[in-house]
Design a protein around this ligand. Structure first.
Ligand code: ZN
Length: 140
């Protein structure tokens, strides 16, 4: 991973081929003590695990995509505090070689080519607490 810091404490991360995306973002947020922030990015991913939240059953339907490298058309999400630790919540839109687009909640993926990620610190610490009705830790 390469890291550039810009003005206003913005960060650009270049996460390299074969590195885990979400784990690398989590490590970065922990090392930088980033408790709150906005995440956006583009690149290419492989071995992607996506989720669709089934509210009725209060659980994620999970699916792994590992048939090819996928364009990371858009990564969007945030950093918050969950159980006193930085927590990465990101959604991904992916494109395949037939130019179909799909996406969902991103559990983890491996970088296939490169990723270019931007993180903007929020200056506040949004905190997640478990919501019984929804079945997830929501920003409270
Ligand atoms: Zn999500």
């Amino acid at each position: 991973m390469k890291h550039l810091s810009g003005k206003d404490s913005q960060h650009m991360l270049i996460i390299d081929k074969d590195e885990p995306l979400v784990a690398t973002l989590t490590n970065f947020a922990t090392q930088q003590s980033l408790a709150g922030g906005l995440i956006s990015g583009i690149g290419a991913l492989k071995d992607v695990e996506l989720g669709y939240y089934d509210l009725h059953n209060k659980e994620y339907i999970r699916k792994t995509f590992n048939e090819m490298d996928y364009e990371l058309i858009s990564l969007s999400g945030n950093i918050s505090l969950k159980e006193s630790k930085p927590f990465i919540h990101v959604h991904a839109s992916l494109g395949d070689m037939d130019f179909n687009v799909f996406g969902g909640h991103l559990f983890e993926a491996t970088v296939a080519v490169t990723t270019e990620i931007f993180i903007t610190p929020l200056g506040v610490m949004p905190e997640r607490r478990f919501d019984q009705c929804i079945g997830l830790a929501l920003i409270s």
